[in-house]
Design a protein around this ligand. Structure first.
Ligand SMILES: Nc1ncnc2c1ncn2[C@@H]1O[C@H](COP(=O)(O)OP(=O)(O)O)[C@@H](O)[C@H]1O
Ligand SMILES: [Mg+2]
Length: 368
């Protein structure tokens, strides 16, 4: 997928911006607070219906305005142009694809697979299991058709079982019905995720690891922790756990407790790696996901890379930059003006963002 043209109105500091990005690497530079991340936020919003910076979309709408609008002409891998537009405001929440109103936000995500990498992405290695589960689920959503319905089903069953546990009083047959329903959906999700992680690991070791010099091949390993004991089925685990779960009032085992364990040498990666190395590893994992998506579906995802060079040294910044350029993905990367010297020798599209105003983005090209 490639964004051929983009129009953004009333997104945070941005009043109105129109861009015709390159199908390759687009560098967005500007001072702190100039609106670089806001531009990425607008693209992300179009593809996911959510902001990556705040949980409420209303804080993303420019102060004093009623709604924000983002629209883009997107070229698919078959050369077709699809126009996706969305408007978000207090009294409107609209998504249009080729001018037809669409109800499910997931339709836009299918057309526009977006991979976002921010300074917080380091939490994929350093943070809690929740981030690693969402990471795996991003991949599943895009490559496994049944994943979305299996997840909805699992969540629904989990809510029901938890409600029963909170009630404290229930019949054995009632609980065994929900144990079975939850474990069927849970085993399905778990096998998708385990299989996905295996394929992803192979791609990471083949494509990324050899390029990430300071994280040499074979040093890093990944394994799926499914959220219940290896020696039992989920249904057995749920049956055996009922009494303890009745006390705490919720379900303690299942894919909602899963994790992706990341090792570096003999240790747990987050205890061994430096922050720079952890960032490099996180970026490597996100980029492996895009390779996997392409291999499985022929779709090229779009990369939004906010504050691209933060925490990376000169050499690693170049490694990532070159990988991204070679990958052929459309990339929108932001950087502060100080880092632009890194890119002097490369032929990239560059956009410069300046504080406020209607035409805040001026297109330039830097060549060697
Ligand atoms: N809802 C909003 N309306 C108007 N301006 C906003 C809104 N939210 C944030 N801002 C302003 O937008 C600017 C942040 O822009 P941002 O895209 O984060 O900059 P950069 O990424 O270039 O550092 C800040 O100056 C902030 O005060
Ligand atoms: Mg920013």
């Amino acid at each position: 997928m490639t964004i051929k043209s983009l129009r953004v109105s009333n997104c945070r500091i941005i009043s109105h911006v129109e861009l015709e990005p390159s199908p390759g690497f687009n560098l967005i530079s500007g001072q702190n607070g100039s609106g670089k991340s806001s531009l990425l936020e607008a693209i992300y919003l179009l593809g996911t219906g959510r902001s990556f910076r705040s949980s409420s979309t209303s804080s993303v709408i420019k102060k004093g305005e009623r709604s924000l609008i983002v629209s883009a002409d997107i070229e698919t891998e078959s050369g077709q142009i699809v126009t996706v537009g969305m408007e978000r405001g207090k009294s409107c929440n609209r998504l249009h694809i080729d001018r037809s109103p669409i109800k499910q936000l997931s339709r836009a995500a299918e057309i526009l697979p977006i991979q976002i990498i921010t300074p917080e992405s380091i939490n994929l290695v350093m943070g809690s299991p929740r981030g690693r589960r969402s990471f795996l689920d991003w991949g599943m959503f895009h490559v496994e058709h049944n994943f979305l319905s299996a997840t909805r089903n699992y969540k629904k069953n989990l809510r029901q079982r938890n409600a029963l546990l909170k009630r404290k009083k229930f019949s054995e047959s009632e609980m065994s019905y929900w144990n079975k329903a939850l474990s069927d959906a849970g085993e399905e999700i778990s096998s998708y995720r385990a299989n996905y992680l295996e394929e992803l690991t192979e791609l990471y070791q083949q494509k990324l690891s050899p390029r990430l010099g300071s994280l040499s091949e074979g040093e890093v390993g990944f394994s799926y922790r499914r959220g219940w004991r290896e020696s039992a089925t989920l249904c057995e685990t749920l049956e055996q756990g009922v009494e303890r779960e009745r006390v705490v009032g919720h379900t303690l085992s299942g894919p909602h407790e899963a994790d992706m364990a990341i090792k570096s040498g003999d240790g747990v990666a987050k205890n061994v790696l430096s922050r720079g190395q952890a960032k490099l590893l996180s970026v490597g994992l996100y980029l492996s996901q895009l390779s996997h998506l392409y291999r499985k579906t022929g779709k090229k995802g779009i990369v939004l890379f906010d504050d691209m060079f933060s925490e990376l040294d000169h050499q690693n910044s170049l490694t990532i930059l070159e990988y991204l350029i070679d990958s052929g993905h459309q990339v929108f990367a932001t950087t502060t003006e100080g880092d632009v010297s890194l890119l002097n020798e490369r032929d990239l599209e560059m956009f410069h963002v300046e504080h406020g105003g209607v035409s805040t983005v001026v297109k330039q090209t830097i060549t060697a």
